[in-house]
Design a protein around this ligand. Structure first.
Ligand SMILES: [Fe+2]
Length: 493
């Protein structure tokens, strides 16, 4: 009788656990489930759609070290055994008649080791400056402080390192910082948490996003483009605009206020001097200046992995544990005849899925997007590259650019496909341009084909060739390839 009762209790308990497991499995669906029925969480239009930029004299943006001392310290992964350390020394100059600083006047050293206060190793690197020149009546020029990049090599995986950077001969070293390297490449080890954020800016909302992100203690940050929004300003500074062309219709060129980049570097330092941030360029990094020169701030301020065989800072790849990340450039040649596509094909060929089972790609403007904003803007890039990524089984694609969240069902060539990637748009870090709230399927919100012109590359807007929207530019309802969309600021993990 007793054993019967125990058996019964066992059956009841195991059934309970079974149903509990089923219930939990139902609560947290994985990307292997689906396709999901499209869901939209609409924006409450009584709320403000954004917040103002932090002013330059905000405590998180002001310089706090003497002139030769390092500031704006940042990390980037180069390979599982190497890490970039970047920082800035000296003072940027702004005016109509300015000369650039000489970067050879100060050393780039990182002293580091495995114990706090002991630095048995030293690496030296490079230093450089850039200028942002606007030869127009009344506009000011900018020349940067000295930007340093040092690559620490021969690091052990999943290990803490303590470091100080600067110039030891000038006794101008930073205080001690700490970082942890990624786990080794392999199918069983992963970074414990990866933060994904885009279109960050430097507003009150940005502050909320970054403080939240820091509290969640990520192992690395994927930054999918549009960072400082220095190009929402005139060269004189002043107040940034949420709509540049509306506020500054007579500007002779898309001006920038480059000190915003320095403010952004200081704002990010407490986080990115201990957590590596992997960046890719967005349209707000284009920053045109004299002679057609572009992207000077992006190219000079950020170090990216070189081990992947890319010869350009505009696209690269790297491993973090069992994940191979591919970062693509949407604002450089993405055509099948170009250097980026050739590199991408070579990189994908080299991926060993037994070592890195996960293949994650990221670029700035999304290919799949059902918001009115930027609708089909980078359709040409999709047409050039989608088949290659599909062929190699990319699992997830992260993008920004659209200032809202959207997660797609697995899709290929605008058709639901269980082997296609899950596309996720996270262009809602908190920037000054405000949140996007209109959907292309809302009544009267389908953009015209002349809207949403890309800032680089061709225009390939198309009508759908099959499905419920066959023959039309926009769907009448949330498209089946869009699983969930919500207009709110934040980030992902
Ligand atoms: Fe963008």
């Amino acid at each position: 009788m007793q054993s019967h009762s125990m058996a019964k209790t066992y059956v009841i308990l195991s059934s309970l656990f079974f149903f509990l497991e089923m219930a939990m499995a139902k609560t947290i669906p994985t990307t292997l489930d689906g396709p999901f029925k499209p869901v939209t969480r609409r924006f409450d239009r009584s709320l403000r759609q954004g917040s103002d930029d932090l002013p330059m004299d905000h405590p998180r943006l002001t310089k706090r070290v003497p002139t030769n001392f390092p500031e704006q310290i940042a990390l980037a992964i180069s390979s599982p055994s190497s890490m970039w350390v970047s920082w800035v020394t000296g003072d940027a100059r702004i005016g109509s008649n300015i000369t650039a600083l000489d970067p050879s006047k100060i050393e780039s050293e990182v002293w580091y080791g495995e114990e706090s206060g002991k630095y048995p190793f030293v690496e030296r690197g490079v230093s450089m400056v850039y200028s942002q020149l606007y030869p127009f009546e009344g506009l000011l020029n900018y020349t940067s402080a000295i930007i340093h990049h040092v690559k620490l090599q021969g690091l052990e995986a999943r290990k803490k390192y303590y470091y100080r950077c600067g110039d030891s001969s000038l006794k101008a070293m930073s205080d001690e910082r700490i970082f942890e390297t990624m786990p080794p490449s392999g199918p069983t080890m992963y970074p414990h948490r990866i933060a994904v954020v885009g279109d960050l800016g430097l507003t009150g909302n940005t502050t909320t996003t970054i403080d939240h992100l820091a509290r969640n203690d990520p192992s690395m940050i994927l930054m999918v483009g549009d960072m400082s929004y220095a190009n929402q300003y005139l060269t004189m500074g002043g107040k940034g605009a949420s709509c540049y062309s509306c506020s500054f219709p007579n500007a002779p060129i898309r001006e920038t206020y480059q000190p915003r980049w320095d403010g952004w570097g200081r704002f990010m330092e407490p986080l990115v001097s201990r957590v590596p941030m992997m960046v890719i360029e967005g349209n707000h990094e284009i920053e045109p200046q004299v002679d057609g020169i572009t992207f000077q701030s992006y190219l000079t301020r950020f170090a990216v992995p070189l081990e992947c065989g890319s010869s350009s800072n505009f696209y690269y790849s790297f491993d973090a544990g069992g994940v191979h990340f591919i970062m693509l450039g949407a604002y450089v040649d993405y055509n099948q005849t170009g250097a980026q596509y050739s590199w991408l094909r070579r990189d994908l060929l080299k991926v060993d899925r037994t070592v890195t089972p996960w293949l994650v790609a990221a670029w700035h403007p999304p290919w799949y997007n059902s918001y009115s904003s930027h609708y089909q803007e980078f359709e040409c890039m999709r047409q050039e590259m989608e088949a290659l990524l599909y062929h190699y089984g990319v699992d997830i694609v992260f993008s920004g650019h659209v200032h809202a969240y959207e997660r797609m069902n697995r899709v290929y060539n605008y058709t639901l496909n269980p082997c296609g990637p899950v596309y996720i748009t996270v262009g809602d870090g908190g920037n000054i341009e405000r949140i996007d709230i209109d959907h292309a399927d809302d009544p009267g919100k389908c953009p015209s084909k002349s809207d949403n012109m890309p800032e680089f590359g061709g225009v390939c807007h198309l009508n759908f060739s099959s499905g419920p929207a066959k023959g039309k530019f926009c769907w009448d309802e949330q498209p089946e390839w869009s699983a969930f969309r919500e207009s709110s600021f934040g980030m992902g993990y």
